[in-house]
Design a protein around this ligand. Structure first.
Ligand SMILES: Cc1cc2nc3c(=O)[nH]c(=O)nc-3n(C[C@H](O)[C@H](O)[C@H](O)COP(=O)(O)O)c2cc1C
Length: 269
């Protein structure tokens, strides 16, 4: 082979690489806003699914149901009080609220002492955006609480919805995780998610008693109404979900917010 044709071959190869890389980077830039949009839609679908409201696959319909039925409030997790809208900063506005961005801001987080860090997240946001389902009279019928914590390989991000009795679970969903498909990834299995519906998250003393156990729940067990089957072959993800749910329902998570809501309800009676 002459050195001339070797140069040509390298030149052509470099040219092809250049054209391909320009093509791939332009496609990445062009598609990034679409990806963001899809992520937002997926989160909305998960919010609706946790609250048993997802009946449509059409994005426009999904956005409409969300707009009509869901209200958000920003909660101060320490006091359990709703933050007035005039105190929202840009990052805390409902349309911008992104847990990952919030916990990356040192002013918006506080460390969790290791002995309390059941969810293994090290630090927690001072504020959380919670979602509420409004019924036809404009009354809140469900509370959808963002939850997250470590599984085996990843941090799982999802929602746990409670009925207005603040005790009965309406649903659970995870919109982001990196657990193994078929093992820990079974957190996405509709049959497993179905098992959560109607379970009691709290006992009569308002202690968070919900547990995800290894194996199957015995229906005759007196604790059956606050126990959920574990994922088979995925004890470590199961334990992660058990711990993160307990963390977020405890006084270190939404405990004070739920106490405030119960107080308001009692006043109304
Ligand atoms: C490639 C691979 C992926 C795995 N992924 C998960 C997982 O996502 N979640 C999990 O809990 N266990 C996973 N495991 C299994 C754990 O290592 C561990 O064996 C399991 O959690 C024990 O569950 P068991 O007691 O129900 O068998 C995986 C194992 C292998 C080899």
């Amino acid at each position: 082979m002459s050195s001339d044709s070797a140069k040509k071959t390298i030149g052509v190869a470099l040219g092809v690489c250049l054209v391909c890389s320009v093509f791939v980077s332009s496609a990445t830039v062009a598609l990034s806003s679409k990806q963001e949009e899809n992520k937002k839609l997926d989160k909305i679908q998960n919010i609706l699914e946790a609250a048993d409201l997802k009946t449509e696959d059409n994005p426009e319909e999904i956005n409409n149901i969300y707009k009509q039925k869901i209200k958000t409030e920003l909660i101060n997790l320490e006091t359990g009080e709703v933050v007035p809208e005039d105190q929202y900063t840009k990052e805390l506005m409902p349309e911008n609220f992104d847990i990952k961005k919030v916990i990356a801001d040192p002013d918006l987080v506080e460390p969790i002492p290791p002995e309390k860090d059941l969810a293994r997240i090290k630090r927690k946001p001072k504020y959380m955006l919670v979602y509420m389902v409004l019924d036809e009279n404009g009354e809140v019928s469900k509370y959808i609480l963002p939850i997250y914590g470590k599984g085996l390989w990843s941090t799982l991000y999802g929602f746990l919805a409670l009925n207005k009795d603040l005790k009965t679970i309406s649903g659970i969903t995870f919109y982001e995780h990196g657990e193994t498909p078929g093992l820990g990834g079974e957190v996405d299995n509709p049959r497993w998610k179905q098992l959560w519906k109607g379970k009691k998250a709290f006992n009569d003393n308002w202690e968070p008693v919900i547990r995800v156990i290894k194996g199957k729940v015995d229906p005759s067990d007196p604790k059956a109404d606050h126990t959920v089957d574990g994922l088979s072959g995925a004890t470590l993800t199961t334990r992660g979900v058990d711990h993160l749910v307990r963390f977020w329902l405890s006084d270190d998570g939404y405990g004070n917010f739920l106490k405030t809501l119960r107080g308001k309800k009692n006043e109304q009676v």
